[in-house]
Design a protein around this ligand. Structure first.
Ligand SMILES: Nc1ncnc2c1ncn2[C@@H]1O[C@H](COP(=O)(O)OP(=O)(O)OP(=O)(O)O)[C@@H](O)[C@H]1O
Ligand SMILES: [Mg+2]
Length: 194
């Protein structure tokens, strides 16, 4: 596993969570999974909510390869910071970070991105609006997957970060077919989502 951070963009209902769940169910992200389920129910079908206390209790008996799927439903920014710290302590895992624009600016989340790779922590950042994702997150992600958008602010972001062709591409994706555009290190798409 390359442990590179990924960014997934798309308006509500475009298929971001569906894409992630399908990769998870195929085992593409391994078996040490850490989900920040900020809406509280998006991943409820994968297991019951894990509390910080539950995770800490398990931590004592955990080995580097012990499988787990922890689904955290944070209630505050300080809880998000705690979960991010925990992910680094645990190491060797994939963090699925839903609605990342809500907390990407938090220091512990940014540490997760900057120090994650050396601890074997890969983060999948999911957001509705690219412009709302903190720049440090954008720059740490090796690959972007984008679903359809015709929003001028989103298109401007694509144009600035990539190019005019990419902006045209994302504007003409067929949303009824859940089509996507892939930019950056596109080989990562084949690794995780094909
Ligand atoms: N590739 C797909 N094939 C079939 N159905 C899909 C596909 N992708 C998404 N869907 C369906 O479209 C709906 C919305 O998808 P999803 O929940 O993944 O959106 P989202 O981008 O995560 O939205 P939000 O930002 O609101 O969480 C779901 O009912 C899902 O089952
Ligand atoms: Mg979703």
């Amino acid at each position: 596993m390359e442990n590179k951070h990924l960014l997934i963009l798309g308006k509500s209902g475009t298929g971001k969570t569906h894409l992630i769940k399908s990769a998870l169910s195929q085992g593409k992200f391994g078996n040490r999974i850490f989900i920040i389920d900020i809406k509280g129910a998006e991943y409820a079908d994968l297991g019951k909510e894990t509390t910080f206390l539950d995770a800490c209790k398990t931590l004592k008996t955990m080995k580097k390869d012990t499988p787990f799927l922890w689904r955290f439903v944070p209630e505050s920014e300080s809880q998000i910071q705690m979960f991010c710290r925990l992910a680094l302590t645990v190491g060797n895992c994939v963090v699925i970070a839903e609605e990342v624009s809500e907390y990407a600016r938090l220091p512990k989340f940014r540490v997760l991105l900057t120090r994650g790779r050396s601890e074997g922590v890969q983060t999948v950042c999911i957001a509705q609006r690219p412009a709302d994702v903190h720049r440090s997150v954008q720059s740490q992600c090796a690959m972007t997957i984008a679903f359809f958008t015709d929003d001028s602010r989103d298109l401007q972001w694509v144009l600035e970060r990539y190019d005019q062709n990419s902006a045209d591409e994302v504007r003409t994706l067929d949303k009824s077919k859940y089509e996507i555009a892939v930019w950056g290190e596109t080989h990562l798409y084949n690794q995780y989502f094909k």
